[in-house]
Design a protein around this ligand. Sequence first.
Ligand SMILES: CC(C)(COP(=O)(O)OP(=O)(O)OC[C@H]1O[C@@H](n2cnc3c(N)ncnc32)[C@H](O)[C@@H]1O)[C@@H](O)C(=O)NCCC(=O)NCCS
Ligand SMILES: Nc1ncnc2c1ncn2[C@@H]1O[C@H](COP(=O)(O)OP(=O)(O)OP(=O)(O)O)[C@@H](O)[C@H]1O
Length: 207
Amino acid sequence: MSNPQPLKVGITGGIGSGKTTVARIFNILGVPIYYADDRAKWLMGNDPKLKEEIIAAFGKESFLENGELNRTYLAKEVFSDEKKTKKINGLVHPAVGRDFFDWFAKQDSPYILKEAALLFETGSYQQLDKIINVSAPLKIRISRVLMRDPHRTEKQVNDIIDKQLPDEEKNSKADYVVKNAENKLLIPQVLSIHKSLLDLASGQSEG
Ligand SMILES: CC(C)(COP(=O)(O)OP(=O)(O)OC[C@H]1O[C@@H](n2cnc3c(N)ncnc32)[C@H](O)[C@@H]1O)[C@@H](O)C(=O)NCCC(=O)NCCS
Ligand SMILES: Nc1ncnc2c1ncn2[C@@H]1O[C@H](COP(=O)(O)OP(=O)(O)OP(=O)(O)O)[C@@H](O)[C@H]1O
């Protein structure tokens, strides 16, 4: 019998919830991670067709003179206007979807994680077996982002939050919730989910 495919597990959470931090803990346990938000930016700078489409939609300023993505310009453009957010989503998300499946085809482990800010919003959760949502109170998320990204204003962070599904809704749709408030320990929560996913994957391989 051939081995079953790895379980596909999504890990999401609003801006500043701590999903990258939590994904790194899973990675230390040996779980392969696809970082969709980082990969999206890589594709925007390196996939010639996508690059052309971005220039056609948002202008030459979308790239710096050295060819790198002009993230500051694009963030100001796309997060201040709902129509522009939808425009960039329509260009970038299909490319990321394809890239994820190319990456997934090369994986061989009980389960993998796809880390992405938007899983419920884009519908891509439907292609995943289980979803983890990383959750933290809004005030803490905003203050963590302002500390991490000193170039963003509080208004810009709130503009991004407006483009995302509320935390409560994500929690109710998710299979697992990691609570990342100040008084919560992450490692025990990750270990418990890791065990549950390994059990699920081994049940699948026996079945
Ligand atoms: C506009 C860009 C270049 C700004 O880059 P920058 O490095 O300043 O920010 P970063 O990518 O880290 O985003 C900050 C946070 O904003 C949120 N965010 C990013 N894109 C989106 C979006 N389209 N809708 C809602 N929230 C978003 C996420 O929580 C993210 O972690 C970049 O966010 C982008 O290209 N976004 C559109 C493509 C996209 O949807 N990427 C993410 C999912 S694949
Ligand atoms: N439990 C915690 N205690 C203290 N700081 C934390 C904790 N969890 C995350 N952080 C910090 O908060 C910031 C946001 O975390 P992280 O980058 O993991 O969030 P994210 O959900 O991936 O955000 P984004 O959607 O913006 O990419 C980071 O600087 C991180 O180091």
